[in-house]
Design a protein around this ligand. Structure first.
Ligand code: SF4
Length: 249
């Protein structure tokens, strides 16, 4: 990771926290900027690489454990509430309920156990991600060049999946600089297991206000960084290319 890029992004996120800290939409502002930064820079980082195998209709990796920061989780919880308010009578059912049911099965499981369980993410519908626009950085940063190897890995075969190192590096750069800015501002900066973090946020909307007040209100879902890093290691051994960013958001 480039130190200069990391410091630049940390300063940018810190300025956002300072200018938005009193506002109830702090989580949305931070998560939106993090997603924008990733999307605005990933094409430039990968232009020299072969085409990715990832495509709509392939949810192979969507049974892996996903970790996310508090801003990503609170943004997604709000999105889910809005979708549920509009679509409660559809065949899809309540997204909040899907999260709750998934969490009952996955809560407390380690990454290796999740790979064995192969329970799909609650947002996989007909092979696609129904929350694609607000999917976490972890999902954005996971991209493969070999669809067959993905399927074999998820079936428990001992194969190495060739993943895009720039995706991994850019996700780390954006996420780590966001977390450093949160930490510097006295806000909980942990990584949380997605199903459990969302279940907590959906269960009690006051948890977001508590997080803005400096409380680690999603602590029950917290994943220690070394355990979170094992997801990438288990899936593949991507080289850690350096990532540089343009902040055009
Ligand atoms: S949030 Fe979307 S992309 Fe991420 S694991 Fe779930 S279905 Fe897949």
């Amino acid at each position: 990771m480039s130190d200069a890029a990391f410091r630049e992004l940390q300063r940018m996120f810190s300025a956002l926290v300072a200018s938005t800290s009193a506002a109830p939409n702090l989580a949305d502002v931070l998560a939106d900027r993090a997603f924008d930064l990733f999307e605005a820079n990933i094409d430039g980082q990968t232009v020299h690489l072969p085409a990715l195998a990832c495509a709509k209709g392939c949810p192979s990796c969507c049974a892996l454990r996903v970790t996310a920061t508090a801003p990503e989780i609170f943004l997604l919880a709000r999105y889910i509430r809005q979708i549920d308010a509009r679509m409660s009578d559809t065949a899809l059912g309540s997204l909040a309920r899907r999260v709750k049911l998934a969490n009952r099965t996955t809560r407390g499981l380690g990454e290796a156990e999740r790979m064995t369980l192969r329970q799909p993410c609650p947002f996989v519908v007909r092979g696609g991600c129904i929350i694609h626009a607000v999917r976490p950085l972890a999902c954005r940063g996971h991209a493969s060049f070999d669809r067959r190897a993905c399927a074999q890995a998820m079936a428990g075969r001992d194969v190495e999946v060739p993943v895009s190192a720039p995706h991994v590096a850019l996700r780390s750069l954006v996420q780590d600089s966001l977390r450093a800015a949160l930490d510097a501002a006295g806000l909980a900066s942990g990584l949380y297991e997605l199903n459990q973090g969302l279940a907590l946020a959906l269960d009690d909307p006051e948890r977001e206000r508590a997080w803005r007040g400096g409380e680690d209100s999603l602590a029950a879902a917290r994943i220690e960084p070394s355990a979170a890093a094992r997801t990438d290691q288990l899936w593949s051994r991507a080289a850690g290319d350096e990532a540089a960013v343009r902040d055009e958001a």
